[in-house]
Design a protein around this ligand. Structure first.
Ligand code: NAD
Length: 298
């Protein structure tokens, strides 16, 4: 069993840390927020005195933090405090450039490193069914892989440092685009007098089928249970979708990749968030789209 330092005990971090503890690992956690520390303490997570203290005795350190600049700051605290040859796994969703810099900084400090953002959200973190998209060396992946099977279903080794973040933003850019497409199809069907369950029955077994329709249908009482059946409570909040779409556009700018639908999806989710729906599930964009007039084309 490993000594694990866990930094970032928020919505995702707490259940991930609890799953590691549940499989017998020795976890010491830290979060800069006193409220988050109290909540973690009440769940039985052993707390360190600070970020450096959480990692000083750790074989493996897991980060689950809000964004790239915070990961960069925390890494500057923890890398010098870690045992040489230990492994740093950053599970936060961050930009590819900062992830690559993290790998370089870890390498210079004699620390193995993986970028390992997740798909699955809080429900997946609690159930231990997350998928990890992983970038880093074979040696680092071999060391971290057993933890992915505990905190989630599996880790997919996508390539060298930064490849996990690249996979995550490509996946989520496609998800944002496909959800908007699904919403447009169901809204149009409704205006054409076609029942939404009839459209589901056709699309879900036809060439338009996709996860956004088959598993996460954006209209109530159609298809499997989804946030649409719960007044669009997340699920996956629009603000988090916007974060990932912004990261996709930042990466596309960096490498000169044309992503016109990715750009448009980003603009639409920004408009949804700016209209006060940051905490609504991202499939709730169907409600926002229905407020738009055709002439404006949003
Ligand atoms: P969260 O805000 O609930 O948790 C992040 C925690 O990091 C907070 O408790 C915060 O206090 C702590 N933190 C911030 N700065 C710190 C510092 N300097 N030192 C120590 N702790 C610090 O966020 P979350 O929902 O748990 O998401 C974490 C990451 O996972 C994000 O990158 C997010 O994009 C990604 N993610 C979230 C979901 C989701 O559904 N929530 C799904 C997939 C990916």
């Amino acid at each position: 069993m490993a000594n694990i330092g866990f930094i970032g005990l928020g919505n995702m971090g707490v259940p991930m840390a609890l799953n590691l503890m549940g499989s017998g690992h020795d976890v010491r956690g830290y979060d800069v927020s006193p409220d988050a520390r109290d909540a973690a303490d009440q769940k039985g997570i052993a707390l360190a005195l600070g970020n450096a203290d959480a990692v000083s005795n750790a074989d493996i350190v897991v980060l689950m933090l809000p964004n790239g600049s915070i990961v960069d700051t925390v890494a500057s605290e923890v890398l010098p405090a870690m045992i040489k040859g230990a492994l740093l796994i950053d599970c936060s969703t961050i930009d590819v450039a900062t992830a690559r810099q993290l790998h370089a900084n870890a390498d210079a400090a004699g620390i193995l490193c993986l970028d390992a953002p997740v798909s699955g959200g809080v429900v997946g973190a609690e159930a231990g069914t997350l998928t990890f998209m992983v970038g880093g060396s074979e040696a680092a992946f071999a060391m971290g892989d057993p933890l992915f099977g505990i905190m989630g279903s599996r880790g997919v080794h996508c390539g060298e440092g930064g490849a996990g973040q690249a996979a995550k933003i490509c996946n989520n850019m496609l998800l944002g685009i496909s959800m908007i497409g699904a919403c447009e199809a169901f809204s149009l069907a409704s205006k054409l007098g076609l029942s939404q369950s009839a459209l589901f029955d056709v699309v879900s077994t036809s060439s338009g089928s996709c996860w956004s329709v088959n598993t996460y249908c954006p209209v109530p009482d159609v298809g499997p249970q989804s946030p649409a059946d719960n007044d669009y409570q997340p699920g996956f909040a629009a603000s988090l979708m916007l974060k990932d779409l912004d990261l996709s556009q930042q990466a596309a700018d960096d490498v000169g990749a044309p992503t016109p639908l990715g750009r448009h999806a980003t603009d639409l989710y920004k408009a949804m968030v700016d209209a006060g729906h940051a905490g609504t599930d991202f499939s709730g964009i169907i409600k926002y789209l229905e407020t738009q007039t055709r002439k404006g084309q949003a």
